[in-house]
Design a protein around this ligand. Structure first.
Ligand code: A2H
Length: 254
């Protein structure tokens, strides 16, 4: 775990179609036609080409916060409070919650994922999302995140149990970064190599995460997007700046 402040990239995933329960909960509270975004916080903006879904904690409570008449963010209260002091809402220190949503009610919502080869992805449940970190929303990149790969594998395996459609968890996992030690799908490679059977194998997942992160950052080469062929170290800040410039994301720290 890093000591100093974490510099996240917050990404804006526009809601295209609400899951019925969440849609009912925001009705009359968010103006018709306004844009509502799920806003995951990531440390790996250069991997956003490989998003296949976006996770919420099923038991976590989220707020729908007003940024302007046209724009609303789904994040935890805690993240909204932090953002209010980072110039993200119109008035410093002030944040306005217009509705509340429990994570489980959002499952199945269809969102647009900026940069992803999959233009539209589903909101899916992840038990290990911490309400005390980032925005409480985690975008899923199973090619490069062992946690994400273990979770989508489990979701597909037990789709009925989770009350989701299997195909929502089975979007194609495309290579984003090539690495000398783990090939071009580092997370699936490491999950297999460390014999990780489910998201409950927390200890091995911690190790896989560490290995994937170091290898990807220091040895990785981009395989996709505008910066294909460049070192991850070099491409990472460029992808971040591009997302921010295009208003598909913004800087968030804690
Ligand atoms: B990362 P750190 Cl490809 N609960 O983004 C659990 N995990 C969370 C979270 C929360 N509330 N908020 C953010 N995260 C995840 C991409 C990624 C990430 C890849 C590889 C590794 C990786 C796609 N998921 O993270 O504890 C988010 O997932 C491994 C470090 O603040 C975020 O970046 O260091 C990362 O954990 C932030 O973790």
């Amino acid at each position: 775990e890093a000591v100093g402040p974490q510099e996240y990239t917050a990404l804006k995933l526009l809601v295209k179609e609400w899951a019925p329960e969440a849609g009912a909960a925001i009705k009359g509270k968010v103006p018709e036609g306004a844009n509502v975004y799920f806003v995951p916080a990531t440390l790996r903006p250069e991997t956003m080409y490989g998003q296949t879904c976006c996770f919420v904690g099923p038991k976590i409570k989220y707020g729908v916060f007003k940024v302007s008449e046209e724009e609303f963010y789904v994040i935890t209260d805690r993240a909204a409070r932090n953002m209010a002091y980072q110039g993200i809402f119109p008035k410093n220190g002030v944040y306005e919650k217009v509705a509340e949503l429990v994570g489980s009610s959002c499952v199945g919502t269809l969102v647009h994922a900026p940069l992803s080869v999959h233009k539209e992805v589903r909101i899916l449940p992840m038990e290990s999302v911490l309400p005390t970190k980032g925005t409480g929303v985690v975008t899923s990149v199973p090619s490069d995140s062992p946690d994400d790969f273990a979770t989508v594998t489990d979701l597909a395996k037990k789709a009925d149990y989770y009350g989701i459609k299997k195909e929502w968890a089975e979007l194609e996992i495309v290579p984003i970064i090539s690495t000398p030690s783990y090939g071009d799908l580092a997370a699936p490679f490491l999950v297999k190599k460390l014999k990780i059977a489910s998201p409950k194998d927390v200890k091995q997942l911690e190790e896989a995460k560490e290995l994937a992160y170091k290898e990807g950052y220091y040895q990785g080469i981009m395989k996709i997007g505008e910066f294909a062929g460049e070192k991850v170290e070099v491409a990472k800040p460029k992808v971040r700046e591009q997302l921010i410039k295009n208003k598909e994301g913004f800087a968030y720290s804690e």
